[in-house]
Write a protein of this length. Structure first.
Length: 155
């Protein structure tokens, strides 16, 4: 693709935290030769759990994949950067936005957004039941965007 095509130079996000970098290998390919979507989903789940872990301080589980969009294929040798941002904290759950950027193997320094997702994690006790997230005044707590935004069935 030429520089004059529709894919303009893309800058990495500055309002999110880099939580994971990984390079997919040939064993991660699907029959078409692209990286298997399930492998990308597993990496997104790992990356998405980093920030909630700071708040939850204990066991947690992925309770919902609210949104998951594959925007472009991922290829062997791409350097994937996973950025995350907390978008909501409830009584027992945290929702995070994850964006994945590929630095193409032979075009290092150029990035393409390949995946974006919204996942919710729930704090659980030793018996696997949901529990309240302890409030730590040292951590950033996003404010709800609307009066009812801080309540959900996941908690």
């Amino acid at each position: 693709m030429s520089r004059n095509s529709s894919s303009a130079a893309l800058a990495l996000p500055t309002d999110q935290e880099l939580v994971l970098k990984v390079i997919p290998m040939p064993g991660d390919c699907n029959p078409n030769g692209d990286i298997f979507g399930g492998w990308v989903m597993a990496q997104v789940d790992l990356a998405g759990s980093v920030m909630p872990g700071r708040y939850i301080k204990g066991r947690m589980a992925t309770v919902a994949v609210n949104e998951f969009v594959f925007k472009q294929p991922v290829r062997v040798g791409d350097i994937l950067s996973f950025f995350s941002k907390v978008v909501r904290i409830g009584r027992s759950s945290i929702t995070v936005k994850i964006e994945v950027y590929a630095e193409r193997h032979f075009k290092q320094g150029e990035y393409a957004k390949v995946t974006e997702a919204l996942l919710t994690y729930v704090a659980i006790d030793e018996q696997g039941r949901s529990r309240e997230i302890p409030r730590d005044p040292k951590l950033y707590w996003p404010q709800p965007s609307s009066p009812g935004a801080n309540s959900s069935s996941a908690g």
